[in-house]
Design a protein around this ligand. Structure first.
Ligand SMILES: C[S@@+](CC[C@H](N)C(=O)[O-])C[C@H]1O[C@@H](n2cnc3c(N)ncnc32)[C@H](O)[C@@H]1O
Length: 277
């Protein structure tokens, strides 16, 4: 809204059909009032940013902001199945165009692959126990709801884990959501294409909400800031890599106490910013 008040043209990309409709309504006044900039809602995946640029004939951008993950709105809609705090269908798709729901995914996946998935995308040390319990129970009944899954996970992990502040289903839900929506692949593709459509001196900023996303952003920025990837022993550069970004945030920016007081869902957010060279 601040950017629009200053007269910017803002393309808001979100793959969620419901969310983009809300944004369209909320920001409509900006597109009709001459003193403001223009908001253009785009219902697409940011991994398609090159196609979006072509379709909308967009000029090189002054800034690109990635605000990753799911919103509180999505988490609170029980029918979307993102949250273990709500009972709803085990869906977790950020868009109706995503082909497989979380419930379909856990119906077909092998125990071994489910363990790997929960471990890789949820970094859950109890991945093996959880996947074993899911696979043994799915034989007798389909796991179709968020409540079924969260209760089953609570049964799978050691009892002392239940006393911790973090719900034992947190990591498995994160892992399934990441897998269902191909979140990490989309992030890698989106970042890499975004740098190519940024103006010189333009800014790329990313707010991430888990360590997997933050690691990708950190390494992506470091690689683009380094340029040459030849071995240190190489006398001349043979890779031809050139520096494309300068990192503006040596350490990620995290919310301070005041922000945490009014916005608790920012507690795991990390902001990294770089400038195009
Ligand atoms: C943290 S929320 C953003 C909230 C928003 N900035 C606000 O203030 O209301 C992340 C949003 O990104 C969307 N999203 C996640 N991955 C996406 C992707 N690969 N392409 C497009 N949108 C994506 C989600 O649907 C969700 O609405």
């Amino acid at each position: 809204e601040r950017l629009l008040e200053k007269g910017a043209k803002v393309y808001g990309i979100d793959c969620d059909e419901e969310v983009i409709e809300i944004a369209k309504k909320r920001l409509a006044p900006f597109s009709s009032l001459a003193q403001y900039g223009t908001f253009i809602p785009v219902n697409d995946n940011f991994s398609n940013i090159l196609n979006i640029i072509e379709k909308y004939n967009i000029e090189p951008a002054d800034g690109i902001l990635f605000d990753l993950g799911v919103s509180s709105y999505q988490l609170e809609r029980e029918e979307r199945g993102f949250s273990f705090m709500k009972n709803g269908p085990l869906d977790m798709r950020m868009s109706k165009r995503v082909p497989v729901t979380a419930s379909e995914l856990i119906k077909k996946i092998s125990e071994d692959n489910l363990t790997k998935l929960i471990f890789a995308y949820g970094e859950d040390r109890w991945a093996k126990k959880i996947s074993r319990t899911i696979v043994s129970l799915r034989k007798s009944m389909p796991i179709n709801t968020t409540r079924q899954l969260s209760e089953l996970i609570a049964r799978a992990v050691p009892k002392n884990i239940l006393k911790s502040n973090i719900h034992p289903a947190t990591r498995t839900f994160q892992a399934l959501r990441i897998a269902v929506n191909d979140e990490l692949e989309n992030l890698e593709k989106g970042l890499s294409d975004a740098v190519n459509i940024l103006k010189k001196d333009g800014r790329i900023a990313v707010i991430s909400f888990n360590s997997l996303e933050d690691r990708i952003v950190k390494h992506f920025f470091l690689n683009k800031a380094k340029g040459c990837t030849c071995l240190p022993s190489a006398i001349v550069c043979v890779c031809g890599g050139r520096k494309e970004l300068r990192i503006m945030t040596k350490k990620p920016v995290v919310p301070d106490g005041a922000e945490l007081d009014y916005n608790r869902s920012s507690r795991s957010a990390k902001l990294r910013v770089a400038v195009k060279l």
